[in-house]
Design a protein around this ligand. Structure first.
Ligand SMILES: Cc1cc2nc3c(=O)[nH]c(=O)nc-3n(C[C@H](O)[C@H](O)[C@H](O)COP(=O)(O)OP(=O)(O)OC[C@H]3O[C@@H](n4cnc5c(N)ncnc54)[C@H](O)[C@@H]3O)c2cc1C
Length: 460
C-alpha cells in the first residue's frame, strides 16, 4: 500500500483492497520534487500525519527516500510484493508520476492498482450531455449533488503488516528545509505546528465542527469569528476523506448545504485541473495573456511588502500576517489579499500563488491555482477582472469591529474600529506611527487596473 495523499486507515478503499490481497507493506516515499514546494507549516503537518499513521500501524509504516519507481521496485523485491495499491492522484504531477511508475513496475511484472480518489466524485467523471466538462460551477454542482454519500468504510480488521527498515517522519522536515526556493529569499517563513496533523486529529476537528455546521452560512465570511472547519489540511493530506466529512455534516440545513457547496468547489477545481493540467501555470482564459503586469526590482519590492503584511491596508496586512503566523488564512481574506496583489499592485497572479502554495498548510495545487485564477479573472467561472475588491470596504463589511485586524496587527490594537480598518490605521493625530502608511492609493490603482484591462481587450 503506497500512501500519498491518503494518510489514514479508515474509509480507505485502496487499503481495504490491499488488505484483502494479503500481507500489507505500508509505504510512504519521501519525494524531493514535492517537498521542493512545501514550506515549513505544511512539512511539519505532514511529519505529524506520518507519525500518527506509523503509530496507528504499530510502527509498521515504512518511510523510504528516493525516486518513486526505484523505491517501489526495491521494496517489492525485499518484501515479495507483486501488486502495488494506491489511491489515484488526479493532479498533473501525480498523473505523470503514476504513469511512469506503472510502466517501471510492469517491466518487473508488478501491477500498480489505482483505486478510489481523494474526492467524493472522481475528477473527470462529471460531463455534460455533449460529453464535455462543465465550465461553470453551478452546472457542475447540480450534477455533483446527485451523487449520494456512501457510508464510510471501517478500518480493515486484522491487517497483517510487513515490517522493514524505515526513516523517521522527521526526515520530511529535514528534506523540505534543504529545498527552500531562492525566489523568496529575504522573506520570513510561516510558523509550523499551529495545525496538528494525523487521522485522529482530523476526526477530532470534524467532531468539533459538525455540530456547528448549521451556522456555517452565516459565519463563514467573518474572519474575526474564525469558525470555519479548518479541515483544509486534513483534506489535503487525506487524513480524512470528503465522504467522511459529508457523512458527518449532512445536507439538512442552510449551513450544511453551503458547507457542502464549499467541498464541491474543491471538487470542481480538481475537475478543471484534470481537464486542463497546464492551468497550474497558464491562464485558463488565454485572452487574459495580454494583460500587462509589472516586473523588475520595484515590482519585487512591492511583492515583499505585500508578503510581509506591510501594505498599510489593515485587512490585507492582517491576512498576510495570519499566513505567516499560522500557515493559514481565512477564505474571505485570501480573496482580498489576492485581489490586492493582482489589481492594486499589478503583479502576476503566479507570484502570489507561489507564495501561498509555499506557506499554506492546506496548500493544494488545484484549489490554490484556481483560487488565484478566479480572483485574477483568468480562470473558468471566474470573478470578472473588472470586479476589484476594495480592501477598506471589505474590512468594514466583514470585520466591522476590527477583531481580526486587532488579532494580527499589534500596532493597531489600541486603535478602535472603524479607524483601525482605514488605510494606514486612520488619519490625523490618532494614526499609530508604528503602522505603515498605505503603500499605494487603492482608488488610483483601481483606475489603472481597469485601464490595463481595456488595453488588453484592444490587443486581442
Ligand atoms: C487565492 C486563494 C487561494 C486558495 N488556496 C487554497 C489551497 O491552497 N488549498 C485549499 O484547500 N483551499 C484554498 N483556497 C480555498 C479556501 O480559502 C480554503 O479551502 C479555506 O479557507 C480553508 O479553510 P477551512 O478548511 O476552514 O474551510 P471551510 O470554509 O471550512 O470549508 C471546508 C472545505 O471546503 C473546501 N473549500 C472551501 N472553500 C473553498 C474554495 N473556495 N475553493 C476550493 N475549496 C474550498 C476546503 O477543502 C475546505 O477545507 C484558496 C482560496 C483563494 C481565494
Amino acid at each position: 500500500m503506497w500512501f500519498r495523499r491518503d494518510l489514514r486507515l479508515a474509509d480507505h478503499p485502496a487499503l481495504s483492497a490491499a488488505a484483502s490481497a494479503g500481507r500489507v507493506v505500508g509505504l510512504f516515499i519521501v519525494n524531493r520534487d514535492i517537498l521542493s514546494g512545501t514550506g515549513p507549516a505544511r512539512a511539519h503537518f505532514l511529519h505529524e500525519c506520518l507519525t500518527d499513521l506509523r503509530s496507528a500501524t504499530d510502527e509498521a509504516l515504512v518511510l523510504r527516500e528516493g525516486p518513486d519507481s526505484e523505491v517501489l521496485q526495491d521494496i517489492c523485491r525485499e518484501s515479495g510484493a507483486t501488486s502495488v495499491f494506491a489511491t489515484a492522484d488526479h493532479a498533473p504531477y501525480g498523473r505523470r508520476r503514476d504513469a511512469a511508475v506503472a510502466a517501471a513496475l510492469a517491466a518487473e511484472g508488478i501491477t500498480l492498482q489505482l483505486i478510489d480518489s481523494n474526492y467524493l466524485v472522481t475528477p473527470g467523471s462529471i460531463l455534460n450531455k455533449t460529453g464535455t466538462p462543465f465550465k461553470v460551477f453551478t452546472a457542475f454542482r447540480r450534477v455533483w449533488d446527485q451523487f449520494s454519500v456512501p457510508t464510510p468504510l471501517p478500518v480493515p480488521s486484522g491487517i497483517e503488516w510487513w515490517r522493514g527498515e524505515s526513516l523517521l517522519p522527521s526526515r520530511i522536515c529535514e528534506v523540505a528545509a534543504t529545498q527552500r526556493p531562492v525566489f523568496f529569499g529575504g522573506l520570513p517563513d510561516s510558523a509550523s505546528g499551529v495545525h496538528r496533523g494525523g487521522e485522529s486529529i482530523a476526526r477530532e476537528v470534524l467532531d468539533n465542527f459538525a455540530p456547528r455546521v448549521d451556522a456555517y452560512d452565516e459565519i463563514r465570511n467573518l474572519p474575526g469569528r474564525d469558525e470555519t472547519s479548518r479541515l483544509g489540511p486534513h483534506l489535503r493530506f487525506g487524513t480524512i476523506h470528503p465522504r467522511q466529512v459529508l457523512a458527518a455534516t449532512g445536507d439538512y440545513s442552510d449551513g450544511s448545504r453551503v458547507f457542502a457547496s464549499e467541498i464541491c468547489w474543491r471538487e470542481f477545481y480538481a475537475d478543471v485541473m484534470f481537464h486542463h493540467p497546464d492551468s497550474v501555470h497558464v491562464n485558463l482564459q488565454s485572452s487574459m495573456d495580454a494583460l500587462r503586469v509589472d516586473v523588475g526590482a520595484s515590482a519585487e519590492e512591492k511583492f515583499r511588502q505585500w508578503a510581509r503584511g506591510e501594505t498599510g491596508y489593515p485587512l490585507v496586512d492582517a491576512g498576510m500576517r495570519q499566513l505567516l503566523e499560522e500557515g493559514w488564512m481565512h477564505n474571505r481574506v485570501r480573496m482580498v489579499t489576492a485581489s490586492f496583489l493582482i489589481k492594486h499592485l499589478h503583479l502576476d497572479w503566479r507570484w502570489g500563488a507561489r507564495w501561498f502554495m509555499w506557506n499554506l498548510v492546506d496548500g493544494d495545487i488545484a484549489s490554490n491555482q484556481h483560487g488565484w485564477q478566479w480572483t485574477a479573472g483568468t480562470g473558468t467561472d471566474a470573478s470578472p477582472y473588472y470586479r476589484v475588491f476594495n480592501p477598506t470596504l471589505q474590512a468594514e463589511r466583514f470585520d466591522p469591529h476590527g477583531t481580526y485586524v486587532h488579532r494580527f496587527i499589534p500596532e493597531l490594537v489600541a486603535t478602535p474600529a472603524p479607524q483601525c480598518l482605514q488605510p494606514g490605521g486612520g488619519e490625523g493625530l490618532l494614526r499609530p506611527a508604528s503602522y505603515p502608511a498605505p503603500m499605494i492609493d487603492a482608488a488610483a490603482e483601481r483606475v489603472e487596473a481597469l485601464a490595463r484591462l481595456a488595453e488588453a481587450k484592444e490587443v486581442r
